[in-house]
Design a protein around this ligand. Structure first.
Ligand SMILES: Cc1cc2nc3c(=O)[nH]c(=O)nc-3n(C[C@H](O)[C@H](O)[C@H](O)COP(=O)(O)OP(=O)(O)OC[C@H]3O[C@@H](n4cnc5c(N)ncnc54)[C@H](O)[C@@H]3O)c2cc1C
Length: 364
């Protein structure tokens, strides 16, 4: 067998692209993607939020990679003139019993090394959001927003400029290890490498099972609506978190339009994926959720009307926890010499992308 690449990366989402770019500085890298272009799946169906790192248990990979990734990402976005904004974020308690959760997050944020965080009392809150019914809040100054498409365009271009080779419409259907080398079989051909990195997002468990490393991954959909009126809210507003997610929140998109969501709805793995087999994006949210979203968001914008909500999109997270189960961390590890798995890369997988790439490099 002749080696085609030092390393093959499977999956060209924001994490696969970051890894491929980082490794292409030193190695010959092939990137294989089943769709006709990079970033057509979860990486372009998210909130586009640069998280601060307050939400993840201290010592977890998610906490470390998010805090590190936040800083690396701002530096990269600045250096490469990619549209982004450090807006800051408020996590707001509207019920008295939620204030404890805000204090827990504050403490966790400090322990995780999150910069620029402070408690905001009710009277100060009005300065940020005059309409809010909130009682108490946590402000995180390092939270921001970006245009994820521009980020992926830039990562891809840099990867190609480093001599990286990408193959699109190349669904990986098998991997074998032979004589210490990996043979990656796609619907179009076979490629041989010393190292394989599985960054296949929602399908990473399927890829991993080809080499007998089996994981249970669950799909959790999140729907989004936008707000058609301008309420002049310049920063992100989140409720106190709920067990299964961050709660329905309010995020200004980089174009200024307010986005509401996502919720967390576990779906069958047969749920219509995006894009469809013709490459069309079929990704409208469930319009029956409009009233629920409206009730949640009224706490922060009391004079919003239900018809101000417009269906936008949905994204699907690959989760390691079943519905109702507690926090599960990213799995990023070398399963056997030369085979690195990334499993359960849900949020904050976008914020952490550059830190994940460095972490993977250190595993080699
Ligand atoms: C609703 C929602 C909101 C989110 N909000 C945020 C946020 O605000 N901030 C944040 O940091 N994170 C957020 N995330 C998480 C973030 O979007 C993901 O962690 C990140 O996009 C994962 O990127 P990825 O490259 O690992 O996976 P993906 O983007 O899923 O890419 C995987 C790629 O692998 C390809 N692939 C799969 N199988 C094969 C195969 N057999 N052969 C070849 N290629 C294959 C796919 O086509 C795909 O292109 C959110 C996620 C969701 C769903």
């Amino acid at each position: 067998m002749e080696i085609d690449f030092d390393i093959i990366v499977i999956g060209a989402g924001v994490d696969g692209l970051s890894i491929a770019y980082q490794l292409s500085k030193k190695y010959s890298v092939g990137l294989v993607e089943k769709n006709r272009k990079y970033g057509l799946e979860t990486s372009s169906r998210n909130s586009e939020v640069i998280h601060s790192g307050i939400h993840y248990p201290t010592g977890s990979l998610k906490a470390k990679l998010c805090v590190q990734g936040n800083q690396l990402l701002y530096e990269f976005l600045k250096e490469n003139n990619i549209l982004h904004k450090k807006t800051g974020k408020l996590t707001v308690a509207v019920e008295k019993d939620e204030t404890k959760e805000i204090e827990r997050l504050y403490k966790q944020g400090l322990e995780n090394g999150v910069p620029d965080i402070k408690i905001i009392e009710k009277h100060q809150l009005k300065k940020f959001v005059p309409e809010s019914e909130g009682l108490y809040a946590l402000y995180t100054g390092s939270t921001g927003i970006l245009n994820v498409h521009y980020l992926m365009d830039c990562l891809y271009e840099k990867f190609i400029n480093n001599g990286g080779i990408a193959g699109f419409d190349e669904k990986v259907i098998n991997i074998e290890k032979k004589n210490g080398l990996y043979l990656v079989e796609t619907e179009k051909g076979q490629y041989c490498s010393e190292i394989v990195i599985n960054s296949a997002g929602l399908y990473a468990d399927q890829i991993s099972s080809k080499l007998d490393f089996n994981y249970d991954v669950f799909w959790a959909k999140g729907d989004y609506f936008t707000i058609s009126k301008n309420f002049n809210i310049p920063l992100l507003i989140y409720p106190a978190p709920i067990k299964e997610g961050l709660g329905i929140h309010l995020t200004p998109r980089i174009d200024g339009i307010l986005r509401v969501g996502p919720d967390v709805e576990y779906v069958e793995k047969s749920y219509p994926p995006y894009p469809d087999e013709k490459g069309n994006s079929i990704f409208k949210p469930d319009e029956n959720k409009k009233d629920f979203f409206y009730q949640q968001i009224k706490k922060f914008i009391p004079n919003i009307e239900i018809d101000d909500l417009v269906p936008e999109s949905y994204g699907i997270r690959p989760k390691l926890q079943r519905k109702g189960e507690d926090f599960k961390d990213f799995i990023i590890k070398e399963e056997m010499p030369g085979f690195i798995n990334l499993i359960g890369i849900d949020s904050p997988g976008l914020t952490s992308c550059l830190a994940i790439a460095k972490y993977v490099e250190n595993l080699l």
